[in-house]
Design a protein around this ligand. Sequence first.
Ligand code: PEP
Ligand code: MG
Length: 833
Amino acid sequence: MSPEVYGGRAKCLQRLIRLDMPVPLTVALSFDCVRDIAKGRMPDLSPVIAPFGFAPLLSVRPSSLDPDWGGPGAILNIGMNHERHEALALTAGERAATSLYLRFIQSYAVQVARLDPDPFDLPAEPNRATLKAMLDAYENETDEPFPQDPATQLAEVLRSMARAWDGTTARLLRQAKGAPADAGLGLVVQAMALGVGRGESGSGVIQFVDSETGEPRITGRYLGQSQGREALRDRRDAIPLTRAEGSPSLEEVAPFALRELLAHGTTGRERLREEMQMEFTLENGRLCILDSVRVPRSPRAAIRIAVSLAQDGVIPREEAVMRVEPGSLSSLLHRQVDPTAPRDRIVTGIAASPGAASGRIVLAAADAQAFAARGEPCILVRRETTPEDIRGMHAASAVLTVRGGVTSHAAVIGRGLGLPCVVGASHLEIDRRRRAIIAPGGRIFHEGDIITVDGTAGEVLAGEAPTLDAALDDSFRTLLSWADEFRDVGVRANADTPQDARIARDFDAQGIGLCRTEHMFFEGERIGMMREMIFAEGAQARRAVLDRLLPMQRADFAALFRIMAGQPVCIRLFDPPLHEFLPSDRQSLRDLAEGLSRPLSDVEARVEALREYNPMLGLRGVRLGITVPEIYEMQARAIFEAAVLAGRDGEPVVPEVMIPLVSAKREVELVKARVDAVASAVRAETGVAFAYRLGVMVETPRAALRAAEIAQHSAFLSFGTNDLTQMTYGLSRDDAGRFLGSYVEQGVYEEDPFHTLDLDGVGELLRIGASRGRQGRPDVTLAICGEHAGTRRAIEFCRREGFDYVSCSPYRVPIARLSAAQVSLCNRRLSEG
Ligand code: PEP
Ligand code: MG
């Protein structure tokens, strides 16, 4: 019996029967049969009903391919009628028989005849009078007596369930859970195990692991004189399964049944190769297993279950790795808003960096630092962030911006810092005058009010929402170490600070693939020195200021090399336009003039001179390296001196130096000549013959097209897909968020290309760049280091095209490791046929 034809529930029941579990007689109807029923072509039901004998009592349950797709609710007690009621009253007792009849009339009236539920509420007292009242209500509503023929009842039940599956709402709901448009429904017709009677009777649900943690623990409930999942619904009277203080338990009421259930649990785990939840019934002391589904599980439990099944030899490691959804790891790496807590949502935006944090609203970076200095958590709320906000971001517990998309400044820095971040909350207004934020609907929150940023869901909540800790337990680490055995794409981290590097190392990144050095110049006194350097007259004066920055950069790099302990560290030379280091408001300009002892007009003139219409396409990256060479020379010296220092007391370091925004071979030649000269000087000064690798960041279309000649001077090419996407589309990565929603809605773009790697256009440039790069230098190392790099799509692409590694935010490293393993395991399966 194939689950593609009869559904997962039917398949599972067949397996339980083959394992000799006490499953009541079951008949399965296929997807095709149910499709026919929905279209009004009812098959001859006699072969369905015949196996159940004379006067059957039946249940019908849905059986779709994936139980998570939902489906119509089960209908129990089909076959109840006046005659059966009388007979059952003699064997099971008057009250039990009446109760069953009432329950059936209720579900038939509401789910099959689709009547208003109010007149069919179950009465507190099941007796002949209340039964008559309900039968009368049915007749009043339908002008027909309640159907008495079991075959008619069954046909109507099947028809209503088949049609419910076909309804638009049900279809949309399951499609949202990943079901294909033409997903089929099977139906399972089963003999009822009554759960009511004179001997010990009832029903319950049991599972053998905890749904939250995945640890072994018998959980579930049992309710005497009940059916279906009533034990879970009616918590007041339901009892635990194992001995518990202050309450009777199934272990005391029916110890033999619990023993039998435990034995079935062990068999089920081993033979079904899964942790199952079982629905069971006791009928006068006799145990029946009615149904079994995968234990519902949190992401944390999913890992623990998969790992322990593999450790017990029930499934191979490969399968454990395949069973965990990589995206679900994200919720374990960060604090999360407790999913069971109520949410007072203020506004939604783009979930730019996962995790949750609460704190007081601050509207300026400097205020965030003041809060941090007092040890008070705060949330930095900005229209958008700029490099000047970096220190404030470091100080804040989370960041919220009104503008921006997934590759905007706030998003990139937030992910790098592991800081929960919501961007593009465009319905939020910042009212500077009132020092407040105004949410949709006019709710006002003032500076100092507490809010919670849920960067996983992209939501902002009022007040301090309860949160759950990150959960990096042994199972998590074991699963990822298995993933590493199977993957063949390397995973490095984008890390700029020692804190990032430690996270990268802790998550077993295979080195740093991108260290954006510019962030280092916004720290403390350094921004002042940068400004001095920008205002210096001539190379000599610039060098003098840079000499003061040199020891700081050297210390930055030495710290990264030491933390990464011999792993490769790729340092990107200075990238942003200098303009970003200058203040924009009048007071800051005045402060700067004062600090530099220059007239305000001089400062304003310099700021004006540096202003560009299109700074992202202006004097930045290697263009600065060519026109203001002292900056790169200082950085190269800092890198090499740091490598010598770190290599003296630790693992030898082979630093990688990366040139950003290249578009021509000559740029690389010029920078390479200067960097080589610095390396020779440092070798001569220190007497240490270190090696280093020079590479190019391919992020302009021209660099991809001319990769053959560029690669001749490059040990590696790392594709910066953020800028490459921006330039391929001619679409500003900082402004696109304003209209991309409408573009995606109208199907102009399938997805936000800054979020989902565009395999067609940008992908073609990547393919061209890679193959031409290899033509120019067959052993060139190829990598992707834009924000796409940690996604399965990019990893699949890299594997197919023979790239060596991806480099992503530190917190995405575990997700990328698991995705990379799954991609190569899927591929292996395909090639093995
Ligand atoms: C890129 O452009 O893809 C990249 C990684 O660099 P940045 O985001 O710093 O411009
Ligand atoms: Mg870039």
